[in-house]
Ligand binder design. Structure first.
Ligand code: NAD
Length: 494
């Protein structure tokens, strides 16, 4: 299933340097023609419809996946309920931890297979699925496996219980990793789960279902239902779901919150972002440029915490943007399975259209656009790394999440102005600061309204570190003890 449409050239060729392509083999991956729903420990037929999932870098269909109806979701919730009462709530933490350790080890053993499948179904570069998504997904299971028998030490003097059946809905940008972020803490705390992956990237969750079977997890502890918004909505509205966890757009997050509030249902929302990436004049510029590149072009910019708003101090702005553009010329856009590729395919046609629409709106409102000279493959969904300068705060591109490889640049003169511009957004998920001055880092970090703040680095993740937002970026944390707490309810103690 090799992809031969990689034509992404770059300015490296101008220096007489050429990459030989290094395509990852797909021979390890066995994609079935069609998939059922994973309910009560087995793949079962859905009560009706199905849909195709495709490779966004070629537009070729990969498989046909079931679309779970509300009856199917009900079956999954009932299986999770029975499993909760029969096995999972009665099991010791140490035994639950053993299952999580086993899942983590199986993910490690099958890492290459998972990474290739993630890249095929989602379009992200293989070096990212191999070096980021897979190791982090396994790390989340390992980390939470360790907590499963230590919950009383994590939350001393409190009487806690699992919620019961948890409904979890995840997006398409880090399909397996988001599944791991959701499943591992829920299971460690003794809940059972109905999980819905995004409609454009269901395949790694379905491969995870095989792992779940292989590790002999009791049937019904994890149920995976595929489908789009209607399936998600059926989980949200199901009267026997005891807690909801959602990662996705702010728009859908608000709908879910409305529904959860009516039933007083515990809820965590990990939503969109428009992160400021602030570069002060004394920053180590070469490192800062790498940080900015990583901040916005990692995973084609399909990252909720992407550093999508560059705020650069006026005194260095011209030099910085010039160097940044030269660096962007060196990025390789093309076949996601090529180990040299820096920027892969846009996840879907709809997302490509949204990116294009917003960039055009930016240009109409007066922004200047920079795109490198790379050529793009003819088939598939592609967008080149793009920089918009001359952007005003009132422009749509400065306010709305683009969720693509598009960096919006503004300048500032003083730290106060940087802070005001950085916080001038309805979102509050992440932020980056680059300066040599520790005192300035602390001054900024205390005042930035963002759930995660990186200093002199960007996009660093660890399962022990809580992740989550303020304002329209949502509420609740995932990772660390804060993330665990979301999967337990207080029944007594202090
Ligand atoms: P989306 O909200 O359209 O979809 C997310 C998930 O919700 C999908 O599984 C989808 O099928 C489901 N869904 C859609 N409508 C629904 C409904 N009415 N009820 C229940 N479920 C429904 O978002 P997306 O386009 O898939 O993902 C991109 C968004 O996710 C971006 O805004 C991004 O910032 C955000 N995101 C946030 C984080 C975070 O941790 N904060 C992480 C990744 C992505």
């Amino acid at each position: 299933m090799g992809n031969s449409n990689s034509k992404g050239g770059s300015a490296l060729e101008d220096f007489g340097i050429e990459y030989a392509s290094a395509i990852e083999s797909t021979s390890l991956v066995n994609i079935k023609d069609n998939y059922g729903l994973f309910i009560d420990g087995d793949f079962v037929d859905s009560s009706g419809k199905s849909f195709e999932t495709l490779d966004p870098s070629t537009e070729k269909p990969l498989s046909v996946v079931s679309e779970a109806s509300s009856e199917d979701v009900d079956r999954a919730v009932q299986a999770a309920r029975v499993s909760y009462e029969k096995y999972w709530r009665k099991m010791t933490g140490a035994d639950r931890g053993r299952y999580l350790f086993r899942i983590a080890r199986h993910l490690q053993e099958r890492a290459r297979e998972f990474a290739v499948l993630e890249t095929l179904d989602g379009g992200k570069p293989i070096k990212e699925s191999r070096d980021v998504d897979l190791p982090l997904a396994a790390a989340h299971f390992f980390y939470h496996a360790g907590w499963a028998d230590k919950l009383e030490y994590a939350f001393p003097q409190r009487e806690l219980e699992p919620h019961g059946v948890v409904g979890q809905i995840i997006p398409w940008n880090f399909p397996l990793l988001m599944a791991a972020w959701k499943l591992a803490p829920a299971l460690a705390c003794g809940n059972t789960v109905v999980l819905k992956p995004a409609e454009t990237t269901p395949l790694t969750a379905l491969l995870l279902a095989e792992v779940i079977r292989d590790v002999d997890l009791p049937p019904g502890v994890i149920n995976i239902v595929t489908g789009a918004g209607e399936t998600g909505s059926a989980i949200v509205e199901h009267p026997e779901v005891n807690k909801l966890a959602f990662t996705g757009s702010t728009e859908v997050g608000k709908l879910i919150q409305r529904s959860a509030v009516k039933r007083n249902l515990p809820l965590t929302l990990e939503l969109g972002g428009k992160a400021p990436h602030v570069i002060f004049e004394d920053a180590a510029l070469d490192q800062a440029i790498e940080g900015v590149i990583n901040g916005i072009f990692f995973n084609q910019g399909h990252v909720c915490c992407a550093g999508s708003r560059l705020l650069v101090q006026e005194s260095i702005a011209e030099n910085f943007i010039d160097r940044l553009q030269k660096r962007i010329e060196l990025l390789r856009v093309g076949n996601p399975l090529d180990k040299n590729t820096d920027i892969g395919a846009i996840n879907s046609k709809a997302q490509l259209e949204r990116i294009d629409l917003l960039v055009k709106a930016g240009i109409e409102e007066g922004a200047e656009v920079f795109k490198p000279s790379c050529s793009l493959p003819e088939k598939g969904y592609w967008y080149p790394p793009t920089v918009l300068t001359g952007v005003q705060q009132s422009h749509r591109v400065a306010r709305e999440e683009i969720f693509g490889p598009v960096l919006v640049v503004q300048t500032f003169r003083t730290p106060e102005e940087a802070l005001e511009k950085a916080n001038n957004t309805p979102y509050g998920l992440s932020a980056g600061i680059w300066t040599e001055k520790g005192s300035l880092i602390h001054w900024m970090a205390e005042r930035l309204r963002a759930g995660v703040i990186w200093a002199n680095t960007f996009n660093k993740f660890d399962p022990a570190s809580p992740f989550g937002g303020y304002k329209e970026s949502g509420f609740g944390r995932e990772g660390g003890m804060h993330g665990l707490g979301a999967y337990l309810k207080n029944t007594g103690g202090r």
